[in-house]
Design a binder for this molecule. Structure first.
Ligand SMILES: [Zn+2]
Length: 167
């Protein structure tokens, strides 16, 4: 997002040269530069043996199931975001968290960081923002996610990753 006014004090921003980035909007009062960066968001494929955790949240997709996702909060690492979001939305604790790559969503200026997270403990405990939630066989998951292109790609990545590890 390119700021015109300071989001802290409301002053009109000037431009200031940053060595690497060229001209960057700058607030004199707060002595702060506002870089044109995307919003970081995590998406997590939670795996338990041959099953993956799928959710139904109609505000995201009407006819698709989705993976756990959420915005990175200031002060936490993205791995912590994965653990927090999975716990909050599903009640599950995850162990090993592995980075699988990223996708850029131009429409919302979001950088979606993809993770595979291994089930560690806990039982499913649905949060109010989730309509449905359960373990689904990984090979059946893609059929449950017709609208979710990124989600499907992630499931394919997970399948490749698990196969790779099996040999
Ligand atoms: Zn300011």
């Amino acid at each position: 997002m390119i700021y015109k006014f300071c989001p802290i004090c409301g002053s009109k921003l000037e431009e200031r040269n940053s060595w690497d980035e060229g001209k960057v909007p700058y607030c004199k009062r707060d002595d702060k530069m506002f870089f044109d960066t995307p919003t970081p968001c995590i998406i997590a494929a939670v795996i338990r043996d041959d099953k993956i955790l799928l959710l139904k949240q109609s505000y995201i997709f009407k006819n698709s199931k989705v993976l756990v996702s959420g915005y990175v909060t200031n002060g936490e690492t993205v791995e912590e975001t994965v653990r927090r979001e999975v716990k909050e939305e599903t009640g599950i604790n995850v162990g090993e968290v592995k980075y699988l790559g990223s996708d850029y969503l131009e429409a919302n200026e979001i950088i979606m960081l993809t993770f595979m997270a291994k089930y560690e403990s806990g039982e499913i405990e649905k949060s109010d923002e989730v309509e449905w939630l359960d373990w689904t066989k990984i090979e059946d998951a893609i059929c449950e996610m017709p609208e979710d292109e990124i989600g499907k790609r992630i499931v394919k990545k997970v399948i490749r990753h698990i196969d790779y590890k099996a040999y």
